[in-house]
Ligand binder design. Structure first.
Ligand SMILES: Cc1ncc(COP(=O)(O)O)c(C=O)c1O
Length: 394
């Protein structure tokens, strides 16, 4: 039988995400592939206790439909406790609960993108966003970055050259894949440029609270004084655990109302059970204590990775130095990271993500995304030494 796939289906990406998840599950691999938290940091016992309490306190409400907006206790916690950390002062009415922030990207694609529409993004950008956007066949214009994030002069030139551009998609904190963070003055400028050129910004920031060095930088959303320019996407996947599949959008009412329509059409609402479990957990347990422990662990792992790169790789290799999050972006001149992937997995037991997957136009092959979040410091050192040896023989 010929399966009658839609044309849209051709726009969805490769099987790389599936392969990454498989690599992350193989206990024999030293995997720098998955962009997920360290499982040993999951608050297992406290979450189980909070789950029981949620059922005791709210009874059958926990098991019922609630509504596409998300439960009020969770929206209150996000508005009152999480968003102020990012310099954003909003109320629960400005928050919609999503099944992960990935859904917020997918809804943005559905809401704003028609075939051929222009999306501006970083160079490189998040693979999962390319995957969601791809189905709607946009054209991409990428803006280069330095170690302070997207270059505003380049963004301005891009906006002038592409007056029809609809969306600016950015991951400002500890970007996936490069680990780079957008400087505060550039955030302000980005909103000014968005106002001048009438474009919407999607600020996708699931790593915001995983900062282990330096001061918090206010979110781009905090500079959005009209409230109309920026759709902020947050997530509990990196701060708590990804299996709960809970994230949120913060935007103006009109856009949030369209998000509600998308939610109703897609899956009605996020799970009421997990929303109450998480709301109870967050009420009874200070998230900041858990985050401090995560930050200590990730900082140690980042340091181990940087030290091993310095020790084992030659001087012509370049790499980013993240102040938070999970990712280092390694550039090894003269090496094709995509071609090296299978030998790395099969011959030396090391997985990573080839940089090529993160470019809207796949024209860069000497970059490696190394995630240090899930490996111990010893494994990180061992994995990087093996990788350096393999690449030197390539
Ligand atoms: C930049 C970025 N955005 C969104 C997501 C999706 O996260 P969630 O689990 O909240 O859907 C990820 C996950 O890796 C990510 O790195």
């Amino acid at each position: 039988m010929t399966v009658p796939y839609s044309k849209r289906m051709q726009g969805y990406g490769s099987d790389f995400i599936k392969e990454m998840f498989a690599a992350a599950r193989n206990p024999d691999l030293i995997s720098f592939a998955g962009g997920a938290p360290a499982p040993e940091l999951y608050p297992l016992d406290a979450f189980r206790a909070a789950s029981d309490k949620a059922f005791e306190e709210w009874g059958r409400t926990v098991m019922a439909y609630d509504g596409a907006e998300g439960i009020m206790p969770l929206r209150e916690i996000i508005a009152n406790e999480r968003m102020p950390q990012m310099g954003v002062n909003v109320g629960p009415e400005d928050i919609r609960i999503l099944s992960g922030s990935q859904q917020g990207i997918d809804f943005a694609a559905r809401l704003f993108i028609d075939e051929g529409d222009t999306i501006i993004c970083e160079y490189p950008t998040y693979l999962g966003a390319l995957n969601s956007f791809g189905a709607f066949k946009p054209s991409y214009v990428s803006v280069p970055m330095d170690n302070q994030g997207m270059l505003m002069e380049e963004l301005e030139k891009t906006l002038i050259a592409n007056p029809q551009a609809k969306l600016l998609y950015t991951v400002p904190e500890f970007q996936n894949p490069t680990g780079i963070t957008l400087a505060a003055d550039r955030r302000k400028r980005m909103v000014e440029l968005a106002e001048e050129h009438d474009i919407l910004i999607i600020e996708d920031s699931p790593y915001y609270e995983i900062r282990f060095e330096g001061e918090n930088i206010p979110a781009i959303k905090s500079f959005d004084t009209t409230g109309d320019r920026v759709i902020y996407l947050g997530s509990f996947s990196k701060t708590l655990c990804p299996g709960i599949r809970l994230g949120w959008a913060c935007a103006n009412f009109e856009i949030l109302d369209r998000y509600r329509v998308m939610k109703e059409a897609s899956d009605f609402q996020a799970s009421t059970v997990t929303q109450y479990q998480v709301a109870t957990f967050l009420r009874d347990n200070p998230l900041d204590e858990l985050l401090n422990e995560s930050r200590r662990v990730y900082r140690g792992r980042r340091d181990a990775a940087l030290a091993a790169i310095e020790e084992f790789f030659p001087d012509n290799v370049e790499y980013t130095i993240p102040q938070g999050g999970y990712f280092i972006w390694l550039t090894v001149p003269g090496v094709n990271a995509t071609e090296m992937f299978l030998p790395a997995v099969n011959d030396i037991g090391v997985a990573y993500v080839p940089g090529e997957s993160f470019f809207a136009a796949a024209d860069q092959s000497c970059n490696f995304r190394l995630s240090y979040s899930q490996m111990t410091e010893e494994k990180i050192r061992e994995g990087i030494s093996r990788l350096a040896k393999l690449l030197s023989s390539a």
